[in-house]
Write a protein that binds this ligand. Structure first.
Ligand SMILES: [Mg+2]
Length: 260
C-alpha cells in the first residue's frame, strides 16, 4: 500500500515538473509579456498602458500602432469609453469657459479648433487601415478626405455650438492642405459645423515646416490681429503646443497616429 502511494506521489511530481514549465512557456509565447521585474501582465494591460503613455506624451513620434495592439486600439476608438473620454474633455472646456474666462464680447474672444479627429472623425478611414497599424499613405487619406464622408465628433459639435452662442469667434486651424479646402468645407457644413470666423489651411509655402511650427505661426498672426485665444481643442500635441501659448489647451484622445 505504502509502495503504491509513493508511486502515485512520484508520478504527480513528475507530471507537475513537466507541465508547469510548459504552461509558463506557452504563456510567454502567446503573450510575450513579462516586465523586467517579473510582473505578469495581460495583452490588454500592455496595450492600455501603451495608449495611456501616448496620451501622456511619453511615447512620441510613433509611425504605426504596435501590431499586437491593433485590435485593442480598434476596440477603443469605436467604444463608449472613447466617446466618454472625448465628452469629458469638451465638458472641461465649458467648465473653464464658465469659471475662468472673462469674455469681453467685442468680437475678439476666440477659440481655436483643429479639424481631423477634433471636429471630424477619421476613424472610418483608419478602420480600413488597421486603426493606425499600417503606415500612413497620404494619397489614400487625402482621397478619403476629398470624398467628404467624415462624420462629426458629437461632443465637439456641441462645444462648437455652445461657444458660438456665447459670442466666441471660432477659428479653425488645420494641417489639411489648400487643395482640400472646398471638400473640407462641404464636409464640415454637411455634418453641422457652420458660422466659423476663419478657416486656415496649409499652403505649399509652409508645408515644409513641422505642424507645430505652422500652427504656432498661425496663432502668432491671430494674436497680432487682436484675437484673445482663450483655448484650443485638438487631438495632437502639435496642435496645442508652441508659442504663443493659448491660455488653456485641451486634448482629445487619439491613439491611432502621431503628428509632429
Ligand atoms: Mg487633428
Amino acid at each position: 500500500m505504502q509502495e503504491k502511494m509513493e508511486k502515485t506521489v512520484c508520478w504527480c511530481l513528475v507530471l507537475t515538473c513537466l507541465l508547469v514549465p510548459l504552461a509558463g512557456a506557452a504563456d510567454w509565447n502567446i503573450l510575450k509579456l513579462q516586465t523586467h521585474d517579473g510582473l505578469k501582465i495581460s495583452l490588454k494591460n500592455y496595450c492600455e498602458s501603451w495608449r495611456m503613455n501616448v496620451e501622456l506624451h511619453n511615447i512620441r513620434e510613433f509611425q504605426v500602432v504596435p501590431e499586437e495592439c491593433i485590435e485593442y486600439i480598434g476596440k477603443y476608438v469605436t467604444s463608449i469609453q472613447y466617446k466618454v473620454d472625448s465628452q469629458r474633455a469638451t465638458e472641461e472646456c465649458l467648465v473653464y469657459l464658465s469659471t475662468s474666462c472673462n469674455l469681453k464680447k467685442d468680437g475678439f474672444d476666440a477659440w481655436i479648433f483643429d479639424i481631423d479627429d477634433t471636429l471630424l472623425s477619421t476613424v472610418p478611414y483608419y478602420k480600413d487601415n488597421l486603426y493606425g497599424g499600417r503606415k500612413l499613405n497620404v494619397t489614400s487619406l487625402e482621397e478619403w478626405m476629398k470624398s467628404g464622408k467624415a462624420p462629426a465628433l458629437d461632443h465637439s459639435l456641441k462645444l462648437y455650438d455652445e461657444l458660438k452662442s456665447r459670442g466666441v469667434q471660432i477659428l479653425l486651424v488645420t494641417s489639411r492642405k489648400e487643395h482640400l479646402r472646398s471638400a473640407t468645407i462641404d464636409n464640415l457644413v454637411k455634418v453641422g459645423y457652420y458660422g466659423w470666423t476663419k478657416i486656415i489651411f496649409r499652403d505649399p509655402a509652409n508645408e515644409l515646416v513641422s505642424v507645430e511650427k505652422y500652427k504656432s505661426d498661425v496663432r502668432k498672426k491671430l494674436v497680432n490681429d487682436g484675437y484673445r485665444i482663450w483655448g484650443i481643442l485638438g487631438d495632437q500635441y502639435s496642435s496645442i503646443q508652441g508659442i504663443p501659448n493659448p491660455k488653456r489647451a485641451f486634448k482629445l484622445p487619439n491613439p491611432m497616429y502621431y503628428v509632429a
